[in-house]
Write a protein that binds this ligand. Structure first.
Ligand code: DMJ
Length: 566
């Protein structure tokens, strides 16, 4: 089955009558029109639009018509509604229409897809888009509530706004400074440029922003220079550049991403050449000067990522634990060493770090020189999702326990948002000196567009389908729109407790790769990047589960058991 998402911006695209609605036999033709704007544009009013239709041999053109409903009010007028999203679409057209601010476009989901590659991955992109199309198709026919569609399209619109402004003011630089309307290169990437482009590739592709995806790809082809010569954080280059390129390759099959990621991978490899195998933290991409950052230490329960006397599942430790369970899942649950280490780590975390506040909130504290620090960082809020996805494969009888723990931590992280004036969460919140999920130090009060809390909402929604996670996600969208959207992009804020916000002038690349992607997935159907088939790296770049049997059948497994995913 073939499908693709096409976006047409009203004004710059053909009028509705002229949009090509032809499809070939065997393809699905589904047109979903979503309008954004204070009111339905003139050219659309009183017009009829196409109803979903599967092409038959005799009918190669869709002509079924039904009326557009225009009974949805603007997002801004719905601010106080208790449940996210406008009302369910009317039964007549059964098509959801969102009306939102001054930016008008409609979304057309018909027609084609190039199946990129890798027959043995069960969730290849044509399925990704086609299955979404199929389920929309079914929902439309069954009259199901499609109000969440409005929300994922709103996330898509936020992505387009963030991207357009990056493109306009910071193209080729690493990140956008939206207040001063210029770019910033930063010093984490050793002179590499275009971090926002590489980080956005898969989000653009998944959202169907194909024009933008093509621009990004062209920049990578012509301008991504890997021969830079500065000190880079191995971790940051790995999660953003390697992760971004690799995931773009898996999703699209475009050779350029493979070439670039292999070239970059070669440059990073020397950092892993250490007696312990634990990589060095800093690398010079040009001259191979390496500095040690990680200091292995036999600390709490023998786990290696202990920095002197500090143990945390937040900054500097988070991804280690995350990758234990994700390595296991990505290996099609065959990597038993990773499995064992993850559940041992979980046991240690529960025994030593997990706490309950006087007000009944579960949190993960930090450990400093044998003393508990009753503080939880925003970064540590990814752990709700991590513990959720690991719930199935732990010791017998523990599934519900882990799911409950994941839900409790996600609830606490939501509380850190809902207890602030802006409804966005601080960088770190405490559970001592009278604090309950709030920051008392000024230096902990900022929010830099981080994804971790929304990431846990997304996983918990997929795992439980409890509607509160979508409601919480919707609250975050409203807060981001209200406090972080500025004229030329999105910006972090300095104090989440101040109702008059002060912006930090930075649109972080992880806002495009993670925050907006997780929001979009939260409001999408589960078969868009199903969790059984895809594992997200710590920067939200999806990588496929490696299916060994299938690789063997397709002759892509080497003699030594290694996979060759060409
Ligand atoms: C991202 O770069 C990644 O999620 C990383 O693992 C942690 N920090 C940021 C987002 O907060």
């Amino acid at each position: 089955m073939k499908s693709v998402v096409k976006l047409f911006k009203l004004g710059s695209s053909p009028p509705v009558d002229k949009v090509d609605m032809k499809c070939k036999q065997g393809e699905n033709l589904l047109c979903v029109f979503l309008f954004f704007g204070p009111e339905l544009p003139q050219e659309i009013q009183n017009k009829h639009i196409s109803k979903p239709k599967r092409c038959s041999r005799s009918e190669q053109k869709a002509h079924h018509r039904s009326s557009v409903t225009d009974d949805h009010k603007s997002f801004m007028q719905h601010k106080n509604r208790p449940h996210p999203g406008p009302a369910a679409p009317s039964s007549r057209a059964q098509i959801s229409i969102a009306v939102y601010r001054g930016w008008n476009f409609f979304l057309l989901i018909p027609c084609h897809v190039e199946s990129p590659f890798i027959a043995c991955l069960e969730a290849i992109p044509h399925q990704l888009l086609a299955s979404r199309e199929e389920s929309l198709f079914q929902s439309l026919h069954s009259g199901a509530d499609l109000s969440h569609l409005n929300l994922f399209v709103l996330c898509l619109q936020m992505m387009k706004f963030a991207w357009d402004n990056y493109k306009r003011y910071a193209w080729g630089k690493n990140e956008l400074r939206p207040l001063t309307r210029n770019g910033h290169t930063g010093n984490m990437f050793g002179g590499l440029r275009g971090a926002s482009i590489v980080d956005s590739l898969d989000t653009l592709y998944i959202m169907g922003l194909m024009e933008e995806y093509e621009e990004a790809k062209e920049w990578i082809q012509n301008n991504l220079d890997l021969n830079s010569n500065g000190e880079a954080s191995l971790f940051e280059v790995n999660i953003r550049y390697v992760g971004g390129l690799l995931s773009a390759y898996y999703l699209t099959g475009a050779e350029i991403f493979k070439q670039k990621v292999m070239e970059l991978g070669e440059k990073l490899l020397p950092a892993f050449n250490t007696p312990t195998g634990i990589p060095r933290g800093v690398i010079n991409l040009g001259r191979f000067i390496l500095r040690r950052l990680y200091k292995p230490f036999d600390g709490l329960h023998g786990f290696p990522l202990v920095f002197s006397d500090h143990v945390s599942i937040g900054g500097l430790g988070d991804s280690f634990y995350e990758y234990l369970i994700k390595s296991y899942l990505m290996s099609e649950k065959t990597d038993q060493e990773a499995q064992k280490m993850y559940y041992r780590a979980m046991e240690a975390i529960e025994t030593n770090l997990v706490q309950k506040s006087p007000g009944g909130l579960t949190y993960v504290a930090e450990w400093r020189g044998g003393i508990l620090d009753h503080k939880m960082g925003h970064l540590a809020c990814f752990s709700g999702g991590m513990i959720g996805i690991g719930a199935d494969d732990g010791p017998a009888g523990q599934r519900q326990h882990y799911l409950d723990l994941a839900a409790e931590i996600t609830h606490t992280c939501h509380e850190s948002y809902s207890r602030s004036a802006t409804k966005l969460g601080p960088e770190a919140f405490r559970f001592d000196a009278g604090a309950e999920a709030t920051a008392n130090r000024l230096s902990d009060r900022y929010y830099i567009l981080r994804p971790e809390v929304i990431e846990s909402y997304m996983y918990m929604w997929r795992l439980t389908h409890n509607p509160k996670y979508r409601e919480w996600g919707w609250e975050a969208v409203e807060a981001l729109e209200k406090h972080c959207r500025v004229d030329a992009g999105f910006s972090g804020i300095r104090d989440v407790y101040a109702s008059t916000v002060s912006h930090d002038n930075m649109q972080q690349s992880f806002f495009l790769s993670e925050t907006l992607k997780y929001l979009y997935l939260l409001f999408s159907d589960d078969d868009l990047l199903p969790l059984e088939d895809w594992v997200f790296n710590t920067e939200a770049h999806p990588l496929p589960v490696i299916r060994k049997r299938c690789l063997q059948e397709h002759g892509t497994m080497q003699d030594d058991g290694q996979t060759n995913l060409e």
